[in-house]
Design a protein around this ligand. Structure first.
Ligand SMILES: [Zn+2]
Length: 248
C-alpha cells in the first residue's frame, strides 16, 4: 500500500502546500480529501481516470472544495466514461451541488456517484477495504481506516479528542493524524481539533506502527509539532510533507 501526500496544510493552502489531500494506492487508487490545491497536485502524478474513488472526510472547504474544479474537469475534459464514486458524510453532496447550482438530473450527478457514509459504514474499492468511525467535529465527519495487500492505515480527517479515532486506528501500520495546534490544551480551547501531543497520545493508545502528523496550522513550525507528537507517542513520527510517499 502506497500513501502519497498531495497536501497537508491545516485550514488553508500556501504556495507549494495544498490543503488536505492524499492518495492511497493498493490495486486501486483512492483519493482521500480534496482540499484546495490537491487536484493540481494529483494531476502532476496521475490521470483522474486512474482514480477509482474519492473519499471526503467532511464538508469543510479545506477538505472538499477541489470537487468544484474536479467537476469541470470531468464535465468538459471527459477523461472517464463512468461516474466517479464519492464517499462522503451526510449533507456534503448537497452542499457541493448547491455551489454549482445542480438540481436533480444535472450533470453533477452523472459525473459523480455519491455514497453517503456514517460511522460503522464499510466499502470495498478494488483491493482496498474501507471502514469509518465517528470524528468529533461540528459537522458530520468521519475517521477512516484502509486495509489492503497486508497493510493498513488510518486517517483522522478533522477531529477533536474522543470519537472513534483510537478504535479505527487500532494496530494500523500508519496513522495519518491531524495535529492542528501545539502546546497544552487549556480549558475552553476549541474541542474539534487535536493538539500535536493529542495526536501522539492517540497513536500510542491505538498501538500504531508509525505516525504522520498533518493538518498543522500554516502559522506553526512543523518541527515542533513532530517533537510534541513524538514525545507523547514514543514511536516514529514524521510530518506529512507535500509530495511525501510512504510504502507500507
Ligand atoms: Zn473541518
Amino acid at each position: 500500500m502506497l500513501l502519497t501526500v498531495l497536501g497537508s496544510n491545516g485550514t488553508y493552502p500556501t504556495p507549494g502546500r495544498p490543503a488536505s489531500g492524499y492518495l492511497v494506492t493498493e490495486g486501486a487508487t483512492i483519493w482521500v480529501d480534496a482540499g484546495p490545491g490537491t487536484l493540481v497536485a494529483l494531476l502532476e502524478r496521475a490521470s483522474i481516470a486512474e482514480v477509482d474513488a474519492l473519499v471526503l472526510s467532511h464538508g469543510h472547504g479545506d477538505h472538499c472544495l477541489d470537487v468544484i474544479p474536479l467537476f469541470n474537469l470531468l464535465r468538459y475534459g471527459r477523461p472517464r466514461r463512468d461516474p466517479l464514486p464519492v464517499y462522503a458524510p451526510e449533507g456534503v453532496a448537497g452542499r457541493l451541488a448547491a455551489f454549482v447550482g445542480a438540481g436533480p438530473g444535472h450533470d453533477f450527478f452523472r459525473k459523480f456517484a455519491f455514497v453517503t457514509i456514517a460511522p460503522g459504514a464499510t466499502a470495498e474499492v478494488g483491493g482496498i477495504s474501507l471502514s469509518w468511525g465517528a470524528a468529533v467535529h461540528p459537522v458530520p465527519a468521519v475517521v477512516t481506516r484502509a486495509e489492503g495487500g497486508g497493510a493498513s492505515l488510518a486517517y483522522s480527517g478533522d477531529t477533536g479528542p474522543g470519537g472513534d479515532l483510537v478504535e479505527i486506528a487500532s494496530g494500523v501500520d500508519l496513522l495519518l493524524c491531524e495535529a492542528t495546534d501545539q502546546g497544552a490544551r487549556m480549558a475552553g480551547d476549541y474541542p474539534y481539533h487535536l493538539f500535536a501531543a493529542e495526536a501522539g497520545e492517540a497513536a500510542a493508545a491505538a498501538g500504531v506502527g508509525r505516525l504522520l502528523v498533518t493538518h498543522v496550522a500554516p502559522t506553526l513550525d512543523v518541527v515542533a509539532s513532530v517533537a510534541e507528537a513524538a514525545a507523547a507517542f514514543g514511536g516514529p513520527v514524521e510530518w506529512a510533507a507535500p509530495g511525501l510517499e510512504v510504502e507500507l
